[in-house]
Design a protein around this ligand. Structure first.
Ligand code: PEP
Ligand code: MN
Length: 372
């Protein structure tokens, strides 16, 4: 059960104290207080955990300072939709809004290699009016002898260059909680030139201790990748770990699932789950065509599989696209074969815009149908 308090309530007020005290003394129930970013103001939500079936929602609704009470039957208590359309979805971070009705492209390097390549990438993004990117500093690799990323050493120039080229959000994977601290420190030392969205990679989808640690901090939003070999339900429960620890600023990323049925793609593309995720949860939904497809192969129409699947995800309503580019894929230290070329950036963005316009027309047509 979720108890939403009046947005105007003051934590020092007797109303607040009385309500919290009452809830905390319900037998067999524990409480967790969450601050949630609303569209106008921040909201306080109190989660009642335990057997809440016998509680009277009306009694709780009547407590001072309570705006409304939501009974939760389904899983994913915090991130789930629960047929309550009035709960805000989405969040603002460093001047960028992320929601189930927006779209942002995060084109960039799978792995940071040289400052020159980072600068070429960011300069091109600025020239194309982009304000987000992806840059990998900590790389989880299958082979222990493969390049593991430059780690904290590259953060100062990545952040400074991002700031110089007007990038507001850098998606960056973390594989250990110490990386969050390193990112925080480096942003402070460089004067907060940009923002970071912490990425949980598919190899860590069920690394619950990492999820708890990343969930405990509220400074950075999280890009959470679907596990490549588990059910969607298991991935959603894992994402809920972030929220249960206090961070519900989570974007859910589809990146394909492992099965030979997907061959010759690296993974079986799962972008048909974009609308499913929007139905089940309030999270914005990201697609990662690069790690799904894994190559630059083209269809006879001259359009790469990467661009085709991106369009499929965007036509289905995706809210974010995470995609690998590289100034010289042959020299890339990670995932060169799937990186798009800088000369293709404008074309890629035009194709995304076409698909987005198509989605918006489809949504408008559906709205007319609803209105009768
Ligand atoms: C990545 O985005 O760099 C990455 C490693 O992706 P995934 O975790 O989906 O394999
Ligand atoms: Mn990669």
């Amino acid at each position: 059960m979720i108890v939403i308090l009046d947005s105007a309530i003051n934590e020092q007020s007797p109303d607040y104290q009385q309500t919290l005290d009452y809830l905390a003394h319900l037998p067999g129930i524990s409480t967790r207080v969450h601050k949630v970013q609303g569209t106008q103001q921040d909201l306080t939500e109190i989660y009642l955990i335990g057997d809440t079936k016998s509680l009277s929602a009306d009694d709780i609704q009547a407590l001072p300072g309570v705006e409304r009470v939501i009974r939760i039957a389904e899983e994913y208590r915090i991130l789930g939709r629960h047929r309550d359309e009035r709960r805000a979805s989405g969040f603002d971070y460093n001047g960028v809004h992320f929601g189930q009705d927006t779209l942002h492209v995060f084109a960039g390097l799978c792995a940071v290699d040289t400052p020159e390549h980072v600068e070429i990438m960011l300069k091109a993004l600025q020239a194309h009016g982009q304000h987000c990117t992806r840059m990998g500093a900590y790389k989880p690799r299958t082979n222990p002898y493969s390049f593991q990323g430059h780690g904290r050493g590259c953060l100062p120039y990545v952040f400074e260059l991002a700031g110089r080229y007007g990038i507001r959000v850098v998606a960056m994977e973390v594989t250990h909680e110490s990386h969050v601290e390193e990112i925080h420190e480096c942003l402070q030392q460089t004067g907060q030139p940009t923002g970071v969205m912490l990425q949980i990679g598919t190899r860590n989808t069920q690394n619950f201790e990492l999820l708890k640690a990343v969930g405990r901090q509220q400074e950075f939003p999280v890009l959470f990748k679907r596990g490549f070999g588990i059910t969607l339900n298991e991935s959603l429960n894992a994402a809920e770990y972030l929220a249960s620890e206090g961070n519900s600023q989570v974007v859910f990323c589809l990146r394909g699932v492992k099965t030979n049925m997907g061959d010759p793609h690296r993974n079986l593309v799962d972008f048909s789950h974009v609308p499913v995720l929007k139905r089940l949860t309030r999270m914005p939904v990201c697609i990662d065509p690069s790690h799904s497809v894994g190559s630059r192969e083209q269809a006879p129409d001259g359009i790469s599989d990467l661009m085709h699947v991106t369009a499929q995800g965007v036509v289905a309503g995706a809210n974010m696209v995470l995609v690998d580019f590289h100034p010289n894929p042959a020299k890339a230290l990670v995932d060169g074969p799937q990186a798009m070329l800088m000369s293709e950036l404008g074309w890629f963005l035009d194709d995304v815009a076409l698909a987005r316009a198509c989605y918006q027309q489809r949504a408008a047509r559906a709205e007319r149908q609803r209105q009768g």
